[in-house]
Design a protein around this ligand. Structure first.
Ligand code: FPP
Length: 242
């Protein structure tokens, strides 16, 4: 247990945390560096946060790495992000396996270069046996498109209208097997969901921070979890204070 995690004993820990890793570009601009350097710094911050989340007892961590809307960015930036994912998987999968981290991909592999799509499939397969924490990587991801794809696959399977339920839709999303989000953290001071896991976020708590993603720390993760522990989750009811 690290210092940052020591205070989590006996505390309510979110089972599933999502992070919208925003602000790489502004972080880089403030330092007079390229946007690519900002994304690279962002990728370097991923492993320490996975490790801290696992140490704190979080079982599912979802990271928003590339949305389908991000294809609108200049092609050099898009290529850079694709390259960074490939490098991340090449460099980190052995460590993730050692640390018992399972990777699940959220989103679509269609449109991603075949060699990168293969790398993603291979990383998911290689870590399939890991049980300490599941790292969901939302890459080429759109929450709405994920729901559309779920509906299409339900219709294609010939299920009757009477059998359509919330649970069935959840089972057909790319987050199948992953519980709904408990807590969403967004860095860089923005207060938007930006099409991130909109189905799974139905009753999530939110924790925005001004800090840019490359500067996000295990201590801030701990603070978010501490604040989450004080929230009264009412799910439309009247809660514990009634
Ligand atoms: C937002 O910063 C960041 C993204 C586009 C997604 C997060 C991406 C990473 C951390 C790097 C890629 C990760 C992997 C695993 C490949 P921004 O560019 O929107 O920042 P800005 O709002 O300050 O411009």
């Amino acid at each position: 247990m690290t210092d940052a995690t020591a205070s989590t004993a006996n505390q309510r820990i979110p089972r599933h945390i999502g992070i919208i890793m925003d602000g790489n570009g502004r972080w880089a601009t403030q330092k007079g560096r390229s946007r690519h350097a900002g994304h690279r710094a962002g990728v370097e911050n991923i492993q320490p946060i996975i490790r801290a989340a696992a140490d704190m007892g979080v079982k599912f961590l979802s990271l928003y790495a590339f949305s389908t809307e991000n294809w609108r960015r200049p092609s050099l930036e898009v290529q850079g992000l694709m390259m960074l994912l490939g490098e991340f998987l090449d460099r980190e999968v052995d460590t993730l396996i050692k640390e018992n981290v399972r990777i699940q991909h959220l989103g679509s592999l269609t449109g991603i270069a075949p060699h990168l799509a293969d790398k993603i499939r291979h990383s998911v397969a290689r870590t399939a046996h890991c049980t300490r924490i599941t790292l969901c990587v939302a890459f080429n991801y759109s929450g709405r498109q994920d729901i559309v794809n779920a509906v299409k696959s339900i219709i294609a399977s010939g299920i009757s209208e009477a059998d359509v339920s919330e649970q069935l839709i959840s089972e057909h999303l790319s987050s199948h097997g992953v519980p709904d989000l408990d807590l969403i953290i967004r860095t860089s001071g923005e207060w938007r969901l930006s099409n991130f896991m909109i189905w799974e976020a139905a009753y999530s708590e939110y924790w925005p921070t001004q800090v840019f993603w490359p500067d996000f720390t295990p201590q801030l993760l701990q603070q978010a979890i501490d604040d989450y522990g004080k929230r009264d989750r009412r799910y439309g009811g009247i809660g514990s204070k009634a």
